[in-house]
Design a protein. Sequence first.
Length: 570
Amino acid sequence: MDDRVARLESQLQDLSRQVADLARRLDALEGEPRQQAPSATDEVIEAPAARLPAAARGLDAGTALTFIGRTLVVLAGAYLLRALTDSGTLAPHLGVGIGIAYALTWVVMADRAGARSRRGSAAFHGLAFVLIGFPLLFEATLRFKFLTHEASAAALTALAAVALGVASRQRLRGLAWVTTLGALFTAIVLMTLTAHVGPYAILLVLLGVATLWMGYVLDWVSLRWPVALVTDLTVFVLTLRGISPRSLDSPAMALFVQVLLLALYLGSFASRTLFRGRDIIPFEIAQSIVAIVVGLGGAAFVTRWTGVGALPLGLATLVLGFGCYGVAIAFVERRQRRRRNFYFYAAVALVFTMAGFGLLLPPAPLALTWAGCALVAAAMGRSMTSLTMKSHAVAYAAGAAIAGPLFSHVLHGLGAPLDLPWPPAGLATVLVLAAILASAWLVLTADPGPSPTSLARTPGFLLLVLGAGGVMGLAVAWLAPPLLATRPAADAAGVIATLRTAVLVGATLALAWTARAWLVEAGWLVYPLLVVTGLKFVFEDFRVSRPVTLFAAFALYGVALILAPRLRRR
């Protein structure tokens, strides 16, 4: 029994020696000798050094000089290839191919060095890749004419993707910065010298989205700002070039890049906020605003100017608008309950929906459609007790008034100067005004809550302003023709001025009574209307009226000044 135990102990010792020998050989092959397990005392003494990053522990002055020297030797090899190509020893296409392969060798070396935690070596290998690869594409495009501008942009995209992939995999932030800045500089120079912006704008959009996701995953948040800035400026320049007949960039190319900018950036924001359940952040808000202005606004500008792609762009924008409303109401509001995300998606939905209808419809149907949207938004705001949807009702109502002739009636009804003749009021204008008044009623009569603030009452007040101005304007438009039919033409201006004063006085008294009875927001209009009536009296009635019409105007305004404050106080 003792012999068997002794043999087992001997075999275990032999097996332990063999495993230790294999471990030493493996460490020797990888070039990193194994550290012996520290004792408790050693761990306490060396803990501060162990907490330092690997690059800080291993990159001293001598090592840095070694890396710099090695990088110079690598660059010497690249210049040797260029010399062989310049002398004709290597054909241009062969020299470019070998040069790209040579550059890719060093990004592979950076990946291997990063995998072994040699971050300093990996950083210099990556720098060598950037210093060789990007200038090589510049030479191949402009000097050797070996690459077209599309092929050059594609090659630059591929090289940047390889380097950023290595940087992300090995957590080499320095390589990511060098690659990103190098790609930005190369793209700017190439698009300037080749006069082709479109292909390089596509590259910049892809680069911007890549750095955006690197910020999401790796927390490299500062990298996305410069790329987004350059990308937005480039797309803006492409928009201007898309409408120029002498430009090498077509309107179709401009539209493609604008839609790509919107789709990739907003799609990325949606992926993070919806699928990963995160709150919207300042960069996403800022870039969404700029992307909508540059992308959607630029696309609408190009389609209006050139007539290219208006129908598909309008339909796609409208679908996105309805989709964003669905996401905001059905998903964010009811499931996530993240108010910031709800405001964001609702705002994007408003912009997309208004832009989609604006691209598809002419002015008169557009005014009716937006008025219908105002009515729907007001009803939803009432049922959901949502200030956001009530604000959307105001935006749609204002758009409906501006798209049709109602807005001029609102301005003139509220006392703005008038050049005769008074604008006509057709059936479409009446329908738009009716929808605005119905929207105002839905918002104003909704439950204000236990302690409503002035901000919560603002949408209803703005709808009331539009509705009241429209009613006064249409009242003058309908009453003026029968009054002018019995008066000389010389009295037309005075009659219209007195009629406008009478309508303003009547509206002021009606609003004051309404404020006393039940509607607080109506009282907010009383004193502003009294001031507007007084200014109109001075600048219009005195200038164009005769003594008879001035008598009526004085009397009416005096009655308003006496009764309106009393009605409002009660």
